[in-house]
Design a binder for this molecule. Structure first.
Ligand code: SF4
Length: 420
């Protein structure tokens, strides 16, 4: 949270910076364009070798069937679920309650290795850890684990790369490599839980008491989750399943999107009240068309209508994510327009999270001045929209939203690591 700024200096800051309009543009790379010259949007996953089918891809009934196919009685499925979702292990040697004969085959058939750890970066004295994972086909994805007071949040990837082509986003630059499977998404959670159980998150003298695990999931790593809808929803079902899955609270799971309206409508009809976040970043189509290319399909008002319908159906307050970028989208009039559009759809249904960017000298994608950020937040709050500047933990290790991308250095490190 930034400090409160006296009104006079705030207003002068707004006057001096508020009139400038910096337009979104890529820096150091070119957006791929479609035939009409617009930024290319990739909704379909390129065809690549599918990852092996895993317990977490299957429904409980399918798991029983698969266990029987492997020559074991169906109740062994429940034991495997317990090992994987509660004890966070895929190691047959640890599963001594399974008969030795056929155990290795059973585990190989239902818990095949999915993620190979390439590297791990820690910051915030070990309270934030970024993992770089290699998938079975060599694709690279990342997740970020963060300990806060009273909660542990994991930011997961849902796609290798991303097809939404946002000009500010490192992940979008390389386009969409492929959708991740439900089990590849879940495996990020299980591996994080294992690390926590082993005392690997934060100072082990202070933390790591028994039973601790990830309490919150945010789908804000690589990828647009709603472009990989079926697999993301299967992963969410496994996360919340108390009998056959991880057993988390749905409200601790945040599914975010840049505004794929038909998929938001579908999510509204699911019976899983996850927290829904819309990455809006601009309240006007003129700017948002350039900032978030998918806005050329579904406009600001359509995305906001879909978000409001989500609240109406689920009763869950919607989050609006808004990265504050200097002289691009941080103008006071945009705060007023955003408040107007949100209030026009009712009261008490929405919360705005402005996200301060990293200060990047010389780049057009740099952080707003603190006074401008404060003024933006103040205007929204004054208009009756609860607004809080978000914690941007993980920025030091490039783990903040839209910054997850495998670098050439990561790729070189990955090339030396054999897939499990
Ligand atoms: S900001 Fe999100 S939706 Fe846009 S390209 Fe990056 S990962 Fe994809």
């Amino acid at each position: 949270m930034t400090e409160t700024t006296p009104v006079r200096s705030t207003l002068s800051a707004v006057r001096t910076t508020g009139s400038r309009q910096v337009r979104p543009a890529t820096e150091g790379w070119s957006q791929q364009k479609d035939e009409s010259g617009r930024p290319l949007l990739q909704f379909a996953s390129p065809k690549r070798g599918k990852p092996p089918v895993h317990l977490a891809d299957l429904t409980p009934e399918q798991r029983v069937e698969k266990v029987k196919e492997l020559g074991m009685p169906g109740f062994r499925a429940k034991q495997l679920e317990k090992h994987y979702f509660t004890h966070f292990t895929s190691d047959a040697a640890e599963m001594t309650d399974l008969p030795a004969a056929g155990r290795d085959e059973l585990v190989a058939g239902l818990l095949p290795p999915l993620l190979t750890e390439v590297r791990r970066l820690e910051t915030d004295r070990g309270d934030t850890i970024k993992f770089l994972w290699k998938l079975h086909d060599g694709a690279l994805v990342e997740s970020v684990l963060m300990r806060y007071t009273g909660r542990i949040t994991l930011c997961v990837s849902s796609q290798a790369g991303c097809g939404m082509n946002c000009p500010f986003c490192a992940t979008g630059q390389a386009g969409l490599t492929r959708n991740m499977s439900a089990a590849e998404i879940i495996e990020q959670v299980v591996r994080a839980n294992r690390l926590i159980a082993d005392g690997g998150l934060g100072d082990p003298r202070k933390v790591g008491h028994e039973g601790e695990r990830v309490t919150n999931i945010v789908f804000m790593g690589m990828g647009e989750p709603l472009a990989n809808y079926a697999r993301v929803m299967q992963a969410v079902r496994v996360m919340v399943d108390k009998q056959h899955g991880i057993g988390m609270s749905a409200r601790g799971i945040t599914v975010s999107t840049v505004g794929l309206v038909p998929a938001i409508q579908k999510l509204t009809k699911e019976d899983i009240p996850v927290t829904f976040a819309l990455s809006l970043h601009a309240p006007d189509d003129q700017l948002r068309d350039e900032l978030i290319p998918v806005n050329s399909r579904w406009k600001v008002d359509e995305a906001l209508d879909a978000a409001k319908a989500y609240f109406d159906e689920t009763g869950r307050r919607v989050s609006i994510e808004y990265a504050l970028i200097k002289d691009m989208n941080d103008h006071a009039w945009r705060a007023d327009l955003l408040a107007e559009k949100l209030n026009a759809r009712g009261r008490g249904w929405v919360h705005v999270n402005p996200i301060p960017l990293n200060p990047t000298p010389g780049s057009i994608w740099t952080s707003s001045e603190p006074e401008v950020q404060d003024e933006f937040v103040r205007r929204l709050n004054e208009a009756g929209i609860p607004t809080t500047l978000r914690d941007t933990r993980g920025k030091e290790i490039d783990g903040a939203c839209g910054q997850l991308v495998a670098t050439e250095d990561d790729q070189r490190a990955a090339d030396t690591v054999p897939v499990d």
